[in-house]
Design a protein around this ligand. Structure first.
Ligand code: AR6
Length: 171
């Protein structure tokens, strides 16, 4: 059984097996959480992205690289739909969480931290982004034992926590 918790913080500091990155199709770094992960993890992440994803990554899909200098072992990269650019298929956003958990199972990650995919630069409406995250994590069969939903701002964390508690009541 997976346990899910919500925390406020910087995902690059998480001591888990894998952290998830909200990347873009090119898979060569960017702003937001992607920029923070590449900055903190160092050049090894970009080198691995170039080696493993010569053609980038499709929206809704996920894949892994080293985590470089980060405390985590792996970065699982996924590409959320760009709501601001008119990509509004919620199935694609749910697919990011499902595929990221499948990749976690492939590599044997047992603890995984997620940011709120598409909820920043890609401008997915926040409450729906939270609902997609929590409900998809709840219904995806996985061998991951511990999921942490990491919010960068206190304001976002205050919205995420009740949704997590609704589906995963604290012991
Ligand atoms: N730790 C945890 N969450 C964070 C961090 C952090 N260090 N930094 C930002 N967030 P975004 P997207 C939150 O914009 O919407 C990039 O340029 C942020 O507050 O990072 O999927 C990529 O290269 C928000 O709640 O990702 C793509 O081009 C959430 O992470 C594009 O942005 C996601 O915001 C992807 O946009």
């Amino acid at each position: 059984m997976v346990t899910v918790t919500a925390v406020r913080g910087d995902i690059t500091r998480q001591r888990v097996d894998a952290i998830v990155n909200a990347a873009n199709n090119a898979m060569r770094g960017g702003g937001g959480v992607d920029g923070a992960i590449h900055r903190a993890g160092g050049r090894a992440i970009l080198d691995d992205c170039i080696a493993r994803f010569p053609d980038g990554l499709r929206t809704g899909d996920a894949g892994w690289t080293t985590a470089g200098d980060l405390p985590a072992t792996w970065v699982i990269h996924t590409v959320g739909p760009n709501y601001a650019a008119g990509e509004r298929d919620r199935g694609l956003l749910e697919s990011c969480y499902r595929r990221a958990l499948e990749v976690a199972d492939q590599i044997g990650a047992r603890s995984v931290s997620f940011p709120l995919i598409s909820a920043g630069v890609y401008a997915w409406p926040l409450n729906d982004a939270i609902d997609a995250a929590v409900t998809t994590i709840a219904k995806t069969p996985t061998r991951v034992e511990e999921v942490v939903v990491v919010s960068f701002s206190e304001d976002t964390h205050r919205r995420v926590q009740p949704q997590v508690h609704r589906l995963f009541p604290p012991a």
